[in-house]
Design a binder for this molecule. Structure first.
Ligand SMILES: Cc1cc2nc3c(=O)[nH]c(=O)nc-3n(C[C@H](O)[C@H](O)[C@H](O)COP(=O)(O)OP(=O)(O)OC[C@H]3O[C@@H](n4cnc5c(N)ncnc54)[C@H](O)[C@@H]3O)c2cc1C
Length: 383
């Protein structure tokens, strides 16, 4: 017997790598169905993540079913959107579906507690170094121990050490520097309407602002890595680029900042991703990331978790046919998300180019139905 095999001591039906929204939702659903589930998360809860923290209402029923009460947490419901162009044109209208604001600090932590209560073995501070498919089982390698599972779900977000380890398509063919983005988030105290989300455009990026719990305002922006490189530091870039948008300048100069420094993330790209590789089933951003300005990534991550949960349940209850599981999951995922991702990529490409954004916002101001149509095409139905 090899040393590797001797070290394998824990066997689970399902292993989930990554404890963000998709991983936690999937783990809770499967534990409730009675499966043995282990979830590996490299960080410790609660934690702040780069995210605009606006969730479209399509997920409200699902989040409530998971055990989170929006009423009890006094979460703001968001019904209006305001969009500014870099030159200062401002359009405002109601949102077709709307959303709510909740910090990832609170949301992910609440889900982690529910997962543990439902019987998920949740290992925090446990990065997975490798996953190997061998004799119809996955061998999951952490620094402390190796684990074995029948199903492995990759829910490790936009970019992880494992993407590199698995040589995923977007690692082998990296995005051009203009298509490589960074994200920055702050929590602020400032006067801001509870039912409003604003999207402010600036050169090579845009910034979302909306309320979360406890009268906190979340401000989160995305821009190109090139923009940061050009100005050297985040502060310098903000002063030289974001401040040119008068709305952003006002917020930056009048708000009280609640973090000592911003939460940041680098190497974001929107390339198409494989949905299954080495028999690992990808979910959430690991399967595909929608442009943040669609305000819909979190709903997609949770919705994908429900789709995957029913496919994996079918697999265990029926024929243990891995090929059919993989085929069905890819098909149902594409049916639900392919068009949205396409529209999101198109919008991401258009916004941030000063000339185009000024024209688009200027024109759309007079055609609210088109704005509604674009928003509808990036959103799904309640699930
Ligand atoms: C700038 C920006 C703003 C956004 N704003 C919004 C918004 O307002 N509304 C919205 O709906 N969506 C928004 N999104 C998208 C949203 O944040 C994501 O779609 C969502 O977080 C996806 O959840 P996930 O579970 O797939 O990944 P994540 O939430 O990123 O979770 C992945 C987890 O995997 C863990 N992990 C990674 N590697 C390993 C490893 N090797 N071992 C163990 N654990 C590992 C990570 O620590 C992390 O906890 C935004 C995204 C960006 C970039």
């Amino acid at each position: 017997m090899s040393t590797f095999t001797q070290n394998l001591i824990c066997l689970y039906q399902i292993a989930v790598v990554g404890g963000g929204l998709s991983g936690l939702s999937f783990a809770i659903l499967m534990a409730r169905k009675g499966y043995s589930v282990i979830l590996f998360e490299k960080e410790t809860y609660p934690l702040h993540r780069v995210c605009g923290e606006y969730i479209s209402l399509e997920s409200l029923d699902f989040i409530t079913q998971l055990g989170i009460s929006i009423d009890a947490l006094k979460i703001p419901i968001i019904k209006k959107i305001g969009i500014s162009s870099p030159s200062g044109t401002y359009l405002s209208q109601s949102l077709p579906l709307g959303g709510f604001g909740i910090s990832r600090y609170l949301l992910d932590y609440s889900l982690a507690k529910i997962a543990t209560k439902e019987g998920v073995t949740l290992l925090e501070k446990t990065p997975v170094n490798d996953v190997i498919f061998h004799n119809n089982f996955f061998e999951i390698d952490t620094s402390n121990q190796k684990y074995k599972a029948n199903i492995c779900v990759g829910a490790f977000g936009k970019r992880s050490n494992l993407d590199v380890r698995f040589n995923r398509n977007f690692i082998i063919n990296p995005a051009k520097s203009k298509r490589n983005f960074i994200g920055v988030k702050y929590h602020l105290k400032l006067p801001f309407d509870n039912d409003l989300i604003e999207l402010h455009n600036f050169e090579d990026g845009y910034c979302g602002i909306s309320r979360v719990e406890n009268d906190i305002t979340c401000m989160c922006y995305i821009t190109t890595a090139e923009n940061l490189k050009k100005y050297g530091t985040i502060e310098n870039m903000e002063k030289n680029v974001l401040f040119k948008n008068e709305f952003l300048r006002k917020y930056f100069t009048t708000a009280t900042f609640l973090f000592a420094k911003p939460v940041t993330i680098a190497q974001i790209n929107f390339s198409e991703k494989t949905l299954v590789q080495n028999h690992i089933l990808f979910c959430g951003d690991s399967a595909g990331l929608i442009a943040p300005l669609c305000g819909n990534g979190m709903s997609m991550a949770m919705h994908a978790a429900t789709l995957l949960a029913s496919e994996v349940d079918f697999y265990f209850k029926n024929d243990f046919n891995r090929a059919i599981l993989e085929k069905n999951y890819q098909s149902v995922w594409r049916k639900n998300f392919k068009t949205r991702l396409f529209v999101g990529r198109w919008i991401q490409y258009m916004f941030g180019k000063i000339f185009i954004t000024n024209i688009v916002v200027g024109v759309l101001k007079y055609f609210p139905k088109i704005v509604t149509l674009i928003i509808k095409n990036t959103h799904g139905k309640p699930f």
